[in-house]
Structures are given as structure tokens and as C-alpha cells.
Design a protein around this ligand. Structure first.
Ligand SMILES: *[C@@H]1O[C@H](CO)[C@@H](O)[C@H](O)[C@H]1NC(C)=O
Length: 268
């Protein structure tokens, strides 16, 4: 296991987002009492709040987040996201393209914020590994498409998110889906059409992502074992958002957070 992981690290190009706690210039620490100009004690808030002053998560609320996106602030949720429109540009897996493991240092004090559906949420990277998000998180499972403002919340609960470009090689995509479904309960699988052609398959966890051209099952399993359930919030219950859900995660692995990828139940 140890040897395997050493191999895993050397074949990857490790990119460290090195930010020391003291240098952190991110917003919204727990001790901040002004959030984008709104005082935390502003009585105009209609939605229930948690004890950090954030909108309560996991509660459907028509004034805040009912699982819909009436203003379209999380973008188009339709087929543009999950259909490969030009079949000629199917991306072929290339074993010579090395995988990239990107690890972000997230200060312990960092606390992401919950925004209602009337405010947009922006990320400064294409594939965020942490950040602000919507109060409702996705039910675990495979979707045609889930916007990042939703699955970033899943990351905060220790989940694994699999992203693939709709033009990625179908065989590679299916191999990875199968591995994930045989590894854990808390996963979200969705297409994501902004991934680059060179590495059109990406696994994300809180603070880490693995970008792949070709799926290496051992590397994927090592990533899941190392990064799943390492997030700050230990929330294991299912989400509430289920737009475009194709197949809910099997509850077979629910409560098995300490025995990830129990071989040989995944078959490649
Ligand atoms: C968004 O909706 C919430 C809940 O209804 C409200 O408290 C907040 O003031 C609204 N924010 C904006 C920018 O409209």
C-alpha cells in the first residue's frame, strides 16, 4: 500500500497551492461579521441560519434555495453540458500524457459561505476544490449535469466528484464510473464541458483534484482512499437537490467511510 502510493506520487506532477495560514487573504472567516455588505444580524434574512450566521444548509426554502435556479445564476443546466455535439472530436486516452495531482492548502479556519439563489457564486479556478456554495447539496449518485455551485458543497462533506468532458472517451469514462460506484457512497458524477481535451477526466475531493487522460484504476483508488472524507464537515446524510439525477448512489457503502474501495467488489 505504502509502496503503491509512493509510485502514485512520483508518476504524478504534484502541484501545491502553497498558502500559509497567516498569508490567507480569502474572505468570510468565521469571525467576520460583514458579508458582502450585509450585516449578519440583518433581520431581513428570511431563511433560517446556522450558528455561524450562514443560511442553514439542507433545508428547502423558497426564499433562498428550493433546489431550483430561477435566475439561471448557476448557468444553463441543459444538454449543452453533457452532449458531445461534434463526434469527430472524441478525445482519445493517451498513456503518454501524465496525470496531474493538484493539492490546495486550505487553512483550517477557512469556512465557505452559503449563498441563496439570488446571488451568483464565482470561483477563481475552472475546477474548484473548495469554496462558497448553495445551501442544498446534491443527492449522491450519477447525473447528466450538476453545476459546480452544488457539488462544491458535496466536497465540503468529504465526497468525491467525478467530472468528465462529454467528448471524453466513453470507455474510459465508464471504467471510472464503475470504480467510483464500487468505492463509496458519497459521490457525484457529472459531465463538465469546460475540461481541457488533454485531460478530459477529473476527480475532485476537498482540497485536491486528479486530472487524467487515461484512467489508471490503482491511482484512482489511491486518490479516493487518501482524499475522501478528509473535509471539514462530517456530514454523511444524503442531499436534497436532484435535478438531472440519473442513478442514485447505492446505499451499500453508506457508513463504510473507513473501508473505501473494498476490493474486489469493483470489477474492471
Ligand atoms: C437573497 O435572498 C435572501 C433570502 O430571501 C435575502 O435575505 C437576501 O437579502 C437576498 N439578497 C439579495 C442580494 O437580493
Amino acid at each position: 500500500m505504502l509502496i503503491k502510493f509512493t509510485v502514485f506520487i512520483t508518476v504524478c506532477q504534484v502541484v501545491l497551492g502553497a498558502v500559509a495560514d497567516s498569508e490567507w487573504v480569502g474572505k468570510r472567516f468565521p469571525d467576520e461579521n460583514v458579508i458582502d455588505g450585509i450585516q449578519e444580524d440583518d433581520t431581513t434574512f428570511l431563511a433560517p441560519h446556522d450558528n455561524h450566521g450562514r443560511v442553514e444548509m439542507g433545508i428547502k426554502n423558497k426564499d433562498c434555495d428550493s433546489g431550483e435556479d430561477p435566475k439561471g445564476l448557476d448557468g444553463d443546466l441543459g444538454p449543452i453540458n453533457y452532449i458531445c455535439f461534434d463526434k469527430r472530436i472524441k478525445f482519445q486516452p493517451d498513456p503518454t500524457v501524465h496525470p496531474v495531482l493538484h493539492v490546495d492548502h486550505i487553512p483550517k479556519k477557512y469556512m465557505p459561505w452559503h449563498y441563496c439563489m439570488n446571488q451568483s457564486i464565482e470561483y477563481n479556478t475552472l475546477v474548484p476544490t473548495y469554496g462558497d456554495h448553495r445551501p442544498l447539496w446534491p443527492r449522491y449518485g450519477e447525473y447528466t449535469f450538476v453545476p459546480k455551485q452544488r457539488w462544491v458543497h458535496s466536497l465540503e462533506h468529504g465526497s468525491i466528484v467525478m467530472l468528465y468532458h462529454p467528448c471524453a472517451n466513453g470507455n474510459e469514462v465508464n471504467i471510472l464510473k464503475k470504480i467510483i460506484k464500487g468505492c463509496l457512497y458519497q459521490y457525484v458524477i457529472t459531465a463538465f464541458n469546460e475540461l481541457e481535451a488533454k485531460r478530459p477526466i477529473v476527480l475532485v475531493a476537498w482540497g485536491a483534484r486528479l486530472e487524467l487522460s487515461k484512467v489508471d484504476p490503482e491511482m484512482v483508488i489511491n486518490f479516493i482512499r487518501k482524499f475522501a472524507y478528509k473535509a471539514p464537515e462530517k456530514v454523511t446524510n444524503d442531499g436534497q437537490y436532484d435535478k438531472n439525477l440519473l442513478e442514485p448512489a447505492s446505499i451499500k457503502f453508506k457508513g463504510q467511510e473507513n473501508s473505501l474501495c473494498p476490493l474486489p467488489s469493483y470489477v474492471i
